[in-house]
Design a protein around this ligand. Sequence first.
Ligand code: BEZ
Ligand code: FE
Length: 286
Amino acid sequence: MSAFDPQRLREDVLATFAGTPDDRLRELMQVLVTHVHAFAEEVGLSSSERRLAVRFLTAVGQISGDARQEFELLSDVLGLSSLVEGGGTPAGATTQTLTGPFYAPGSPARGFGESMVERDDGDPPVILRGRVTDTDGAPLPGATLDVWQNASNRLYAIQDPEQPQFNLRGRYASDENGLYELRTIRPVPYTIPSDGPVGTLLARTGRHPWRAAHIHLLVSCPGHLPLTTEVFDSESDHLASDAVFGVAPELIVRFAPGAEGVDCATFDIALTKVSSAPAELDYISE
Ligand code: BEZ
Ligand code: FE
């Protein structure tokens, strides 16, 4: 019988973090070690499987850079991003979703109801409108809605040099009643980047890389937590198998013929009041 005692090893490792001055960092590291050890024990992780995992994570790091963040993508396809964003949604607020890699700051301000289509590809136009409120239902005038969406060739403007820089991007403001309205095109499904190690993982596990058709919104208003969310088209494919698990029933809207002769959908948004915004953590550069 082996004299090796995994429990003693785990306790030794946990003890090395016991003196961590920051309470939260100590908790994160000790629980992480506990779960990683339990995982390796439960599956009986072999040496070569552990080395393969290291090579995989190395490849994830090596393909990452300013223009690509494969670790984010890994977090997305494991459902971790959606768990943290959705699960972190404050009570009564609109469900948060992941931001994804195709957000770019600096979109142009657009007027109430203005179109964010800068190249006419003959795609079906739609109107998205709704009200921004706080979680008590009070309208929020002057909220900013930073909106971005892919074109019918499936690409976002920041991926596609053929599109005008600000195509399907715009910053809208809610009016004095908290209402917003924008004109765009019907969104289409597209694939997440799948030419790297995360794509290989999807292929090896028989998973597809498609996202259900959606429009992204980053909504902010002074005195409230900013919120990133997505609106999904009820008629889209892949709603039940979105590659990054962003779809939630409350985020699905139905585009139906409106008085303007254009399909319209309504999506109301609730933000959470705060006295100060939480700071972004930075353990790495300290
Ligand atoms: C997106 O919706 O833009 C997206 C999200 C996660 C991974 C890739 C793309
Ligand atoms: Fe997207």
